[in-house]
Design a protein around this ligand. Structure first.
Ligand code: ADP
Length: 262
């Protein structure tokens, strides 16, 4: 899988240019973290990248082909989108919510078949929540719900997952569970991921590549370690940053510390 943005530029109507000549290539299987201050254009980038809003100029390409030239169903069976997790009060069980991910394949009125339920079972197993399949979505924790919507994106067998802040609003442990699932999907299942995150340390932890959105609408792209530097992060977030390596029993952890604005 190769996903590429070529000189993507976007402006809302006649307003200022929000995204300026953004270019990156993700050669899978790999994880790309997108970081930037509030208002830097992460949400806009995600929408343009996936063709939900048209680039003012530039293009997104999947496996070398402009995404505009894909049939919608073909594109969305290869790319899974995981929106920000907002638990709904609807009385769906976890497996009913996850089988909705098959709807692009099923057509509007078709009932899920045995094969669809098998894929649901496999996706739930992959993210480690098989035991929750008959629980109501409104009665599971935020971390469990996040895993359920990742499972919903997995049932079409995507090569690439695009996730909007998958670990926001989760406690420490659940953040680690979600990041571990993404790491495992990439290493064991060959599924790439592009995720928006507010946590530079999470990017340093799991991402191979990083795209850092700058205040002027440009972005810096490269290997995560070469992009997540004190200098780059200070320029992106307008706050002094210190980076320290901490040796832990099983790994070296990168601490990225914002030092306050006073
Ligand atoms: P982020 O996700 O990084 O917080 P956004 O992509 O939401 O940033 O917004 C980037 C910029 O585009 C901001 O300055 C925002 O005010 C502006 N913007 C977002 N949506 C619209 C819109 N519908 N019309 C005009 N400007 C917008």
């Amino acid at each position: 899988m190769t996903f590429e943005v070529r000189e993507g530029t976007f402006r809302y109507g006649h307003e200022r240019t929000v995204l300026q000549n953004i270019s990156f290539v993700l050669e899978g299987p790999a994880i790309l973290a997108v970081l930037g201050a509030n208002g830097a254009g992460k949400t806009t980038l995600m929408k343009c990248m996936l063709g939900l809003m048209p680039w003012t100029s530039g293009a997104s390409c999947l496996d070398g082909k402009n995404i505009r030239d894909y049939r919608r169903r073909e594109f969305w069976s290869q790319v899974g989108y995981v929106p920000q997790a907002k638990q709904s009060a609807f009385a769906y069980t976890v497996e009913e919510m996850v089988v909705l991910g098959r709807s692009a394949r099923l057509g509007p009125f078709a009932q899920p078949r045995k094969r669809d339920w098998e894929l649901v079972g496999r996706a739930l197993e992959t993210v480690g929540i098989s035991h929750l399949r008959t629980r109501l979505c409104s009665k599971i924790s935020g971390g469990e719900y996040q895993l359920a919507i990742i499972a919903r994106a997995l049932v079409t067998g995507p090569k690439l997952l695009v996730l909007d802040e998958p670990e926001s609003n989760l406690d420490f442990k659940n953040q680690m569970i979600v990041l571990d699932v993404l790491r495992r999907l990439c290493a064991e299942n060959g599924i790439s991921a592009i995720l928006n995150t507010h946590y530079p340390e999470h990017a340093a932890d799991i991402a191979h590549k990083a795209l850092l959105m700058m205040p002027d609408g440009t972005a810096r792209f490269g290997g995560a370690a070469s992009i997540l530097t004190e200098e780059n992060l200070e320029a992106a977030f307008d706050v002094p940053v210190s980076i320290r390596k901490v040796e832990l029993p099983d790994c070296t952890h990168t601490c990225i510390i914002p030092r306050g604005t006073l």
